[in-house]
Design a protein around this ligand. Structure first.
Ligand code: MEV
Length: 437
């Protein structure tokens, strides 16, 4: 039975591992060896990774792949993707190639505003809080002068503060809704520091405000934090071509286009399908977000909230045929950074940015949106033609062979055999069993 441990974070890495193996792993020596195998031989580089979080005991690898041939607004890019799912990079590369021959992807940033709130309670008269806010708004803004200095120098900073009365939804609940421009920074630290300062100033000023003193009713801060819902930080990407140019996998262009639009409309109508449809989009989005050291949890949370913005969860993409022209588009809220955070720390993230020709945040928004659109195109193209499993299992074959500890020669034979035979876990097992018999 394990007993609680105190001071765990103060122990050395080896002491932590020893405690884990003796407490939970019956002193299995292979556990410690496995962890060590993933340590970097460059001690300084390992230290960098150790310091990203608390209690690091090893590194957790995910493949970094690349999808070439992405033509985006006339520029040819190779997109770095970090993902474990076998078929995602292959699918992205296929979609990139397909659209390369049909004019490529177009993308535009629609808006770049981020936001955060100081949530507070106030049970006094609405008129008092409204006039207090009007009176102290300049003081609130002034209190950010030092914090904002360098962001303002670069052209960003706080844009506005508004008072929102949400007391009908929750008794006594108000917000200071603050909007920000954070340029190439994702902005979480900047926004949260500003919000905490605004909360302090707000509270201090409130204690000097006569109507509050007279009524003995003061606003009380509940919490101050940025929002990961950023519908005013929006990017749009699309592809378009004559319907006839879509002929694919033995299907003529018009039939393919109709089936494709129908598939998107099903995702627009049925939330159960929309979730999987959007999951496919996030295969592309998250892979680029991870490769570029951005916060995929923030992006996931914000994107799914956006998919439900009309009160019902729906598709993030749209497809239509007008005058024999097929257009397929995506709109995503994305708060991304190309400076700060891991972007200047993680050597592979630095590599990813160099590969992408050092994009700024707006360019990265476009690249990520295109990756999501491409992924959705590839998934729907398979789903409405061959089905998804053919391509997926082709890519998954190597995982099954590795699970079976197949030798190089067994793998070569399997790849040839399964080029023309259906792949399933059991068919691969019996093929290898036959080879070994
Ligand atoms: C699998 O990771 C993603 C798909 O399920 C997406 C979709 O169904 O559109 C293939």
């Amino acid at each position: 039975m394990a007993v609680p441990i105190s001071g765990f974070s103060k122990k050395t890495k080896q002491q932590k591992i020893d405690w884990l193996t003796s407490t939970y792993l019956a002193n299995d020596p292979t556990a410690s060896l496995t962890l060590q195998k993933y340590w970097n031989s460059d001690a300084q580089l390992q230290k960098l990774h150790d310091d990203f979080i608390e209690n690091t005991i090893s590194n957790y690898y995910l493949p970094l792949g690349v999808a070439p041939n992405f033509l985006i607004n006339g520029e040819l890019l190779t997109i770095p993707m970090v993902i474990e799912e076998s078929s995602v990079v292959a699918a992205a590369s296929n979609a990139a190639k397909f659209w390369l021959e049909r004019g490529g992807f177009k993308a535009e940033v629609i808006s770049t505003q981020k936001n955060g709130q100081v949530h507070f309670n106030f049970f006094g008269k609405e008129g008092d809080i409204t006039s207090f806010f009007t009176e102290i708004k300049p003081t609130l803004i002034e209190s950010l002068a030092t914090l904002q200095k360098s962001m303002q120098k670069r052209g960003g900073g706080l844009l506005d503060i508004t008072l929102i009365n949400s007391s009908e939804a929750l008794e006594g609940y108000y917000q200071l809704h603050c909007t920000f421009e954070t340029l190439d920074a994702m902005g979480a630290n900047f926004i949260n520091s500003c919000l905490e300062q605004l909360a302090k100033t707000f509270e201090a000023e409130a204690h000097k405000y006569t109507p509050f003193i007279t009524a003995n009713q003061f606003p009380e801060i509940a919490l101050s934090i940025l929002s990961n819902y950023v519908p005013e930080c929006l990017v749009r990407a699309h592809v378009s071509c004559p319907v006839a140019d879509l002929a694919t996998n033995n299907i003529d262009g018009a039939t393919f286009a109709k089936k494709f639009v129908r598939a998107v409309n099903i995702a627009k109508t049925e939330p159960r399908r929309a979730v999987t449809h959007n999951k496919g989009i996030m295969n592309g989005v998250d892979a680029v977000i991870l490769a570029t050291g951005n916060d995929f949890r923030a992006v996931e949370a914000g994107v799914h909230a956006y998919a439900a913005k009309e009160g019902r969860y729906t598709s993030l993409t749209d497809a239509r045929i007008e005058n024999d022209i097929f257009t397929f588009s995506i709109e995503l809220p994305l708060a991304l950074g190309t400076v700060g955070g891991l972007t200047t720390l993680h050597p592979l993230v630095k590599f990813a940015f160099s590969l992408l020709q050092k994009p700024n945040a707006q360019q990265l928004m476009k690249i990520v949106a295109v990756a999501g659109l491409a992924q959705n195109f590839a998934a729907l193209r398979s789903l409405v033609t061959t089905g998804i499993q053919k391509g997926h299992m082709k890519m998954h074959l190597m995982n099954i062979l590795n699970q079976l500890e197949a030798t190089t020669s067994e793998k070569e034979k399997a790849v040839i055999y399964f080029t023309t035979n259906p792949i399933s876990h059991s068919s691969v097992v019996s093929f290898i069993d036959t080879l070994r018999a």
